[in-house]
Ligand binder design. Sequence first.
Ligand SMILES: Nc1nc2c(ncn2[C@@H]2O[C@H](COP(=O)(O)OP(=O)(O)OP(=O)(O)O)[C@@H](O)[C@H]2O)c(=O)[nH]1
Ligand SMILES: [Mg+2]
Length: 198
Amino acid sequence: MAEEVLNTHNASILLSAANKSHYPKDDLPEVALAGRSNVGKSSFINTLLDRKKLARTSSKPGKTQLLNFYNIDDKLRFVDVPGYGYAKVSKAERAKWGKMIEEYLVTRDNLRVVVSLVDLRHEPTADDVQMYDFLKYYEIPVIIVATKADKVPRGKWNKQEALIKKKLNFDSQDSFVVFSSETKDGYNQAWDTILENL
Ligand SMILES: Nc1nc2c(ncn2[C@@H]2O[C@H](COP(=O)(O)OP(=O)(O)OP(=O)(O)O)[C@@H](O)[C@H]2O)c(=O)[nH]1
Ligand SMILES: [Mg+2]
């Protein structure tokens, strides 16, 4: 249980960063949240920290535009990464986004694991596959979290999980968590898997 090793309620936004020069300068472990815009990254953070509005969520995609660093009990940080696959951005913005994400994922020594969120209801998008391939290529530890499980009947969870794994060419060494920010299904498994990676 996460609560035994850290006070998950002692959490706050630390800073927002557009590039390396703004990142926190210490060696606390970091867990980054990646995924399509609107998939539920910010909601995942709020759920794991039992807070309704710490990370800003929105039904409008593209809410999170910088790397947002959250301090958790001075022991670890969550890094909320802007979502990909949002149609209404220019080519230039997309390129800027790509540079920002890549700089963080590839050069950040503090990074221990990326929680890569996909939607349990759907087959992963081409961008989802690309993100997973990218993380595997750079040998960055990854946890796949399939969220919005409350929108899928329980009897279909296994089928959806298999479909997602197939499309991603999922590495059986990686962890896969079925999750819902609505019902908190997967809460313990998500925390346990994250803590194993620190
Ligand atoms: N039913 C359901 N809705 C969810 C879940 N997680 C997130 N949502 C909803 O999905 C929408 C987007 O959630 P966010 O957490 O803001 O998504 P995000 O990935 O942070 O989006 P960006 O910041 O735009 O990249 C919101 O309306 C959330 O309430 C879930 O597990 N179940
Ligand atoms: Mg967000």
